[in-house]
Write a protein that binds this ligand. Structure first.
Ligand code: OGA
Ligand code: NI
Length: 340
């Protein structure tokens, strides 16, 4: 395996190898006038407020954001800017290691707790993505490469702080869905919930119109919290169009993932997103995926309505999503009974 980083750095590269070429989507609509700040903003400090009035209006805002967009920016989250910078820096140092050093962390199986690779799943991708990535299971057990120096310590602190933010957001979502207190924690066994740190590197691509950073997909877990450098590329599908996501530095971009759609019986939908590449600068992002416990069997929580999804063990769902070609919401379609 040659990393995209090495490929992109070779001086003679003027076109991309055929295996990286993606067919353009004929029905594609990109909204050039889409407002850069179009996704809603959630002020996290209000959600953790002691004032019942402030809290209930924050839960209402969260409900609107999940219902109307499924993607939102979280500000005033309390995770130190210093820590966010250190985490980005540690990931950059990881990718800057030699091929040989990184190869040590190549996983064999989609559920290996440490997995460095190129594209999404090289064994099944029909065309490769212009992306190198490192995936780490950081909760309930913390796994990390032992190099570069200091990586593991920063990753442990960052994972812990982001998880706290995610748990508060999930509590707000549980409330906005009208679930009984404690229901979500128990049904998903959240205390042992799987948290995955995904560091993504998208080097400059000589033919950005043919390459693709990460193809259209939804995330498998409950909620993903993402940070990124100043180089854009993330787009979400909204109202039949692709809308670029640009955010305030040091905020989190949060999205609803498949297991919130399942749990809410389709009330909140996971959102299809992708990453496009450019020929000028390297994009880097760190996505933190928060899911149920691997052994939790998850189905719709709202019993009064007829269920729209078949319950499935989260570990099985994860394996299904990760060992098939990445394609919009194909994993969710496998458990869907009816469209809501
Ligand atoms: C992901 C993802 C977006 C990005 O890792 O699932 O969608 O901007 N990443 O890298
Ligand atoms: Ni994603």
């Amino acid at each position: 395996m040659v990393s995209v980083k090495t490929l992109a750095e070779s001086p003679e590269l003027t076109s991309i190898p055929p295996s990286y070429v993606h067919a353009p989507d004929p029905g594609e609509l990109i909204d050039p006038d889409a407002l850069q700040d179009s996704i809603p903003t959630i002020d996290f400090s209000l959600l953790s407020s002691d004032s019942p009035h402030q809290r209930s209006s924050a839960v209402h805002e969260l409900d609107r954001a999940c219902r109307d967009w499924g993607f939102f920016t979280v500000i005033n989250h309390g995770v130190p800017v210093r820590l966010m910078k250190e985490m980005m820096d540690a990931c950059e140092r990881f990718f800057n290691q030699t091929e040989e050093e990184k190869r040590e962390f190549e996983g064999r199986h989609v559920l290996d707790p440490i997995r460095y690779c190129t594209s999404f799943n090289a064994l099944v991708d029909t065309a490769s993505f212009w992306r190198d990535n490192l995936k780490l299971f950081v909760h309930p057990q913390f796994h990390s490469p032992n190099k570069p120096r200091g990586f593991s310590e920063v990753a442990a602190e960052y994972s812990k702080r982001v998880r706290e933010v995610a748990m508060t957001l999930l509590q707000g979502i549980s409330e906005s869905l009208g679930l009984k207190e404690g229901y979500m924690e128990e049904a998903l066994n959240l205390e042992s919930g799987l948290q995955i740190l995904v560091a993504n590197l998208y080097p400059p691509c000589p033919q950005p119109e043919l390459g693709m950073g990460l193809g259209p997909h939804s995330d498998h877990g409950l909620l993903t919290l993402l940070i990124q450098n100043q180089i854009g590329g993330l787009q979400i599908q909204h109202g039949g169009k692709w809308i670029p996501v640009d955010t305030t530095p040091y905020s989190f971009v949060v999205n609803v993932a498949d297991h919130i759609e399942i749990l809410s019986n389709g009330e909140y939908k996971s959102v299809v997103h992708r990453v496009v590449v450019n020929n000028k600068a390297t994009r880097m992002s760190i996505a933190m995926a928060h899911g149920p416990s691997l052994d939790a069997v998850v189905g719709p929580a709202i019993e009064s309505k007829s269920p729209a999804f078949i319950p499935m063990r989260y570990g099985e769902y994860l394996e299904l999503q990760q060992s098939n070609p990445l394609h919009v919401k194909s994993a969710l379609e496998a458990v869907r009974i009816r469209t809501v």
